[in-house]
Design a protein around this ligand. Sequence first.
Ligand code: TNX
Length: 524
Amino acid sequence: MNFSQVLLLTIALVSCKTPTPKDLLKENLIPKPTKLVATGSSFDWTARTKIYLSAEQEGVKAIADYLADFVAPATGFQTEVRTTNKPVSKRGIALFLNKDSTAWGDEGYHLNITEKRVVLEAYQLAGLFRGIQTIRQLLPARIESKELQNGPWELASGTIEDTPNYEYRGAMLDVARHFFDVSDVKRYIDLLAAYKMNILHLHLADDQGWRIEIKSWPNLTKYGGSTQVGGGKGGFFTQAQYIDIVKYAQECFITVIPEIDMPGHTNAALASYAELNANGKSPSLYTGTRVGFSTLATDKEITYKFIDDVIRELAAITPGEYIHIGGDESHATKKKDYIKFINRVQKIVHAHGKKMIGWADISAAKLKENTLAQFWHLKSKTALDAVKQNVKIIMSPAPRAYMDMQYDSICPLGLHWAGYIELDKAYDWSLETFVDGISKENIVGIEAPLWTETVETIDDIEYLVFPRLLGYAELGWSSQADKSWDEYKVRLGMQKTRFEYMGINYYSSPLVPWEEEVVMQKVE
Ligand code: TNX
């Protein structure tokens, strides 16, 4: 294109008033919405577009600001947020809490797009936030750019009705094997939020490091946080930093679930305080990757005083209802001691006003019905034993959902003890049929863990998480009825340009038909 053609095209764009026909059905939304009807036209977000909300709806303004701020860098628009009596009858974008729509649930939303307006309605604020992520994906991929881009900024017209299939949709980040700082965790939260995930599980303590400040036991971080796998300097979150992370996640309607793994996976604590060891002696710090060798002294009273202090301090800075106590791979703890230990820790968690989550190994103990068991193991007995106690399951089966598994044998990062997990394997299964004897009513949802024995930087994190995360997000959010890898992989392939503008270091799997997003220019 030469200069005069560019000029002509620009004039055509600026002077054009008729909306471009667009097909909502051809948009590549992930996770796939529950119901979608296309009306063949589009809404054009311009410099004059405003976001309207009704004055009395608390919390909506923050979400409107989030949307306005999100589009600002790429569009150059300072989209005004205005309060009015009748937000849904204005020309522009309306965000509205519909208090009668209890059936949409906390996270459901309705989106109605015409040539004149975009109306996003939800029963709760979280639903508005999830709906904003849909608006985000309906805008051209270059909306993700931090630099000014050319318009137009059109959204295909039609209606979307959307509610999540599962209430628990999460990812775990292990900050114990390698430490990741507040900015890395916030980046992780941003990426979860983009795909409507609602749980961030932080694995805060393991053999190699203790990563959360506990004021009553200061050596945990001072000494126990001072290294990591490979012998690097480690690190930890102060309580103030943790509170900052929790608040950041809350703004994305994501709940943080903190995990202190016990009674195994505790070498960092045992190294920090001799009295927690059965023999009263501290082991050295550990920077390798073996598992199953450490245990708290389960028959010493000081151990329970320690746990009580840790859970009390953690509960005080954690607004979410759950504390995760690990409980996996306690091979150095005798079975009868393990059972007594878990029963007692469950009481401590409840005494501090929280509910307990543990890896499904905890089903050997006597669990309360409001405890959740996180199924990870190749064998399903642990999950079945939990279900027998009326305990609900978080599905994290390692051969499908472990984001630290390599994609294939030449993948430069990750482990493969549970197999290689290419994108088709990560996506092509269903939560409710994966384990015989466990069905939808036993399951709260899905969580994809990222263990970090081999993961050292945020780039490493992104490479293992992307794009598997999108598949997990869809398994949790979308209804499973018409699911197919062949259809999904095309939608996934269309995320290429978006990932690039988002600056994501993703794995470009050969199984996916990656496509650049074509920039639609209006030539009249
Ligand atoms: C098993 S999964 C573990 C972790 C390791 C992971 C590595 C689970 C509950 N325990 O301690 O980091 O494998 O994939």
